[in-house]
Design a protein around this ligand. Sequence first.
Ligand SMILES: C[S@@+](CC[C@H](N)C(=O)[O-])C[C@H]1O[C@@H](n2cnc3c(N)ncnc32)[C@H](O)[C@@H]1O
Length: 487
Amino acid sequence: MPLQRSRVDRNIIASALLIALTCVGFWWAFSQDTRGSDSAYPSLAFFVSLVMGVAAVLLISPQAKEALAYAKKLFPMFLREERAGVPVAQKLLQPEGPGAEMPEKESEDETEGLYFDYHRDDFHRALFDSYPATYRLTKSFHFIEWNVVFELIFGHLEAVGPGKHVSLWARSLERFDDMLKHAQEAFSDPEKPNVDVEPLTYDSPRFSRMQFIKIAAPALNIKTGELLGWNCVLNIDEVTQPDEYYDALLESLREQLNWTSYAAAYDAVVPHSGEYVRLAERHSRAVGDGERILDVGAGTGYLTRKLLEAGKEVHAVDYNETMLERLRHHCCDYAKRLRVYKMDIRHLRSLEEMHYDGVVMMNVLQSLKPEEVKGCLEMAHQLLADDGVLALSVPREGTDLRALFESIRKDLKDNEYWGSEDATKPNLRTKYEELYRHNQRMQEGNHLHEFSKPGMQELLEGAGFRDVFVTDDDVYAGQGLFASAKR
Ligand SMILES: C[S@@+](CC[C@H](N)C(=O)[O-])C[C@H]1O[C@@H](n2cnc3c(N)ncnc32)[C@H](O)[C@@H]1O
């Protein structure tokens, strides 16, 4: 893959020449004995050198980051080892801790069935959701879904959204016209789907210039061979700011891991909590007769299902695949009235063409950074039809996790989910403890933000809502806030 070097090369060389001339000019100007001389040449040389020095700096400054990255390429000894492409990957894979050099032999318990049934849903997904950016298109090249890495790099673009044509996104890449020509040649005959390889370049506002090798392969129906859509992978070839990129990537993967490991215990335990069930009913009542509802941060789909049971059309948004797998499973009876969007709720804007009668955000806003909450509420406001209703719940200021979990524990015990004679009732004690520890870690790590009543009132009014109602009276075992508002 050729580097985009020529512009960086030219500027670096010109700047180096100017710096050399500047040094010579200054040396000459200062080495002249000007005492008793009225020659103007040393002053002139001083002035010209100064101008050349400024020009050298100006010439190189717009490309300073690229120049630095390029210089690092030329002189690899300046590269910090852990940031170079391959060593980062190796580091991620290396086992750590005592005995790390001698990984244990594969255990049969652990691998049972995996070498045979490697299409198992859990395994299959993990493969698709790995480090390159990936996305899926319909036959007619509209986005269906994309992975976390694609979201990290392109999620902020309004052109990236479920149902949007891929060419809208492609406009944000370099050399769009060439890409268009390439696509016309590669995909002109839908009867003969082809595996297509294409280099792409994107000037990312966050990570600067990024270069990819795109591989698009047709997704075929394995029984009939019929074309269903396209699976596309963007292998990352070059990132101008690898530090920023890898830090952001790791943060994102950790965020996903957190929810993935949370999903099973959450799904098993909370639907048995009377407080949780009442909270879901409260959201459902608030959106009233509204027909089309957006469930933001839908998780494992408890509220989604309740809304579907009440006859509504529901669009469920969440960025965690494990949560969504569970949601699809719980809501499969209502597939015709359900759309599942795997995306980040910080980018809800890309759903702009939809209009909803109601938006629900149950126990989700606390996961965003405080500065991201207002933007998310503003987007919800834009997505609502006139008179549409928003209903949300969050932890209140000074949340006492123990009180909330005590009420959950009581319900589990009362309903015989704490070890019972009844074989149909699983013992949820371990899952409960797991969930508690998880929430504790999130609270201690400052990943669960709390909201005050006046703070929430202000946020909702600031986002353009009217008829704002906020209460902490008897919400989620006294530990939550519930709010509703209208567009
Ligand atoms: C505590 S769960 C609540 C799930 C559901 N609303 C409920 O009450 O049962 C929070 C959910 O929000 C999702 N979530 C958190 N941050 C998100 C983000 N930035 N974009 C999309 N989903 C997010 C998580 O994946 C998780 O499923």
